[in-house]
Write a protein that binds this ligand. Sequence first.
Ligand code: OGA
Ligand code: MN
Length: 349
Amino acid sequence: MYGSDTIPDDPDRTAFRKTEKKYKLYYDSTSKKKKLPRPVDLSEVIDFRSVSESFERTGDIRSGVSKVENRFDKPVFGLDDCPGFYFIPAALSIEEQCRWIKESLVSFPQPPNRTNHNAVYGGIHDLFNAAKNEQVLVKEDSVADDATFYNYKWASSEELDSSVNGDNRKPVSASVLLRRLRWSTLGLQFDWSKRSYNVSLPHNKIPDALCQLAKKMAAPAMAVGEEFQPEAAIVNYFGPGDMLGGHLDDMEADWSKPIVSMSLGCKAIFLLGGKSRNDEPLAMFLRSGDIVLMSGEARERYHGVPRIFTDTEHAEIGCLEKQLSDEDDICYLEYIKTSRININIRQVF
Ligand code: OGA
Ligand code: MN
């Protein structure tokens, strides 16, 4: 998983990599003053929202796509040559989207959940609040140096000026750390160094509301009478220029069970490849509120996110901007205007 850096022999030549490069954000350096994003041809990107709209209007669907029978009030679509893949456009209401954006920023990165910052700072509490209050993370110098024990605390910049910082490390601001937040893990904790779930790491259960939502959304991919058991979730945070390289999620025991993947914030391009990196991937848009399910054969397919759109025209977060226009919500709005969050929920055993 997340193995784009460790692909064996000549990864640049694979069809997946070529398509990734096609959609990835590059800047044209034609103008010295202003960096302009290189224009990209989006004509081949499947747009399930327009598939859904034209289906509602005319009952017709583009070739290769089918409507799947389900218990929702919303249409669920599948791909004819990819059994186990399901796309639910606008599955989440705008209120639900805001709720999960807030949780992803405020509560999901809280210990004992781990984040990419753990490796350097140990567990950091209250990152989002600290960013809101313009705090900085400083190393506490009162405790003896111990490589296994991290002692960082939040301080205001004034406090910082009056204290002598114990080591030479430059204090880092919470807003920089928030920008650098790339993932957090809920429920059973995934150990990236061992590429497996580590059941001995302290963890909380997946929050009940998220669990219920995932169960409901997983239904189209579940056998009759079976219920999805959410045990772990990985939350990905994407900023401008960030991507998620082609990978397989292969650390869960039962691949017949779906991964339930929710998109929040800026629009993105998702690539769904084949069982080999040499298979040419399909590209599709993921918008805030869309849900993708990958189960069965679809779980054996490489996939990734080469691009998120943070410009006003393509980000398509107008509804979120309206919903988060209260003064209390400005901090969330500022973040999500140029970010995408993906919550993907898994049954591990
Ligand atoms: C993942 C993943 C897809 C996305 O985290 O394993 O495939 O939409 N995410 O961000
Ligand atoms: Mn994945």
